[in-house]
Design a protein around this ligand. Sequence first.
Ligand code: HEM
Length: 407
Amino acid sequence: MKQAILTHEIPGFKTKEEFWNPYHWYKEMRDNHPVYYHEGQQVWNVFTYENVKRVLSDYQLFSSKSERTQIAALSQDSGELDRTTVIFSDPPEHRKRRSLLSAAFTPRHLKNWEPRINTIVNELIQDMDQMSEIDIVGSFAIPLPITIIAELLGVPAVDRKLFKQWVDIIFLPFSSGNLAEQNEKKAKAALEFSEYLHPVIKGKRENPGDDIISDLINVEVDEDRLTDDEIIKMTRGLLGAGLETTSHLIANCFYSFLYDKPGIYQTLREDIDLVPKAIEEVLRYRFNIMKLERTIKEDTDLFGPKMKKGEMIIAWTSAANLDEAVFPHPEQFDIFRPNNREHLTFGNGPHFCLGAPLARLEVEIALKAFIKHYPNIQSVPSFDFVDHLSFSAFGQSLNYLPIIAEH
Ligand code: HEM
């Protein structure tokens, strides 16, 4: 069973505001403690762009297999490699496992999915027309990725609420308190998810469709086929990787347009082709508590201090995204940066996010359609973000963001 790492304890933040705007702490760490051992959690931490990139790309020294984790369901992901483990494996095994999934994310597949994404986006926007005030989180950021993934996996969209509930529990980061209880809840949600999917897979074995589960049924691994349990595990992995991340991105786009850089929405309306650049800047600037864990494979003094084989290291990608060595004036939200796509929010190296093209595509389609439909948006004066932040894999995520949208 994996041990938990309580990463949110590392910055020692006391308030939600600090989690939401951690820029000062990152600068302090990059400038004064770029390689830092946290005694409480017993983990190394790196913060500069160069070091974070090195940890993520140097799989010979920094392994994705680990005995400790920030988020996974402990009892489910024991750290043992099986033939479906993608994110927690290292090359060369990793390459083969990743290829099982990568077929689903090729540009050709994405092209096929574009009309389905367009339809889902337009339906959601139409539903918003009846609202005088739109909660972007509840009406757009949460339902969009769930509906799209449910559709791409080939499970009925009507079940998306169940999906959301399970995923929320399975992938909630561990907090202090009763870890055994949190683990038990996660295991229960994983079991319910699995019980739900067994008949869905059985149905697709008899009647395959044009979807990811049917693709996984047909894929060959070691001259064999995947079992139902393996397909369920991979599906769970995709949901974990793709839902909350994309919801967070959509909500934060709107937050940034209203609060980080007022006026940018109008700029985008006048030149809609700037939308992809705006998305990259939100990924760089407002994905602000993103961090990835690795296990140190050999004793090393690569970063100065002696690090021992078996110790854990956290690569703070969000801190790296604010490193002035790479992004001048990093604390300014600027969609016109020539290099804002160089952020590390999708990772780096062999594990670079497989779903990045899908996430970019769906958020681009969503924002362009929204901006065309609603040329003006305004914030709601009584809204105070502090009252609407929830603990999440990203430190804090907005659970509510009201806006006034006008035709
Ligand atoms: C891996 C971020 C959306 C599927 C990763 C990694 C990051 C990441 C940082 C690397 C993890 C590591 O190195 O340990 C994000 C962000 C997203 C997003 C910020 C949205 C804004 C998606 C979507 C999917 C997806 C929509 C699919 C439905 C995956 C998979 C991996 C992965 C399968 C594992 C790749 C591997 O280990 O080789 N993601 N992700 N992601 N992501 Fe994403």
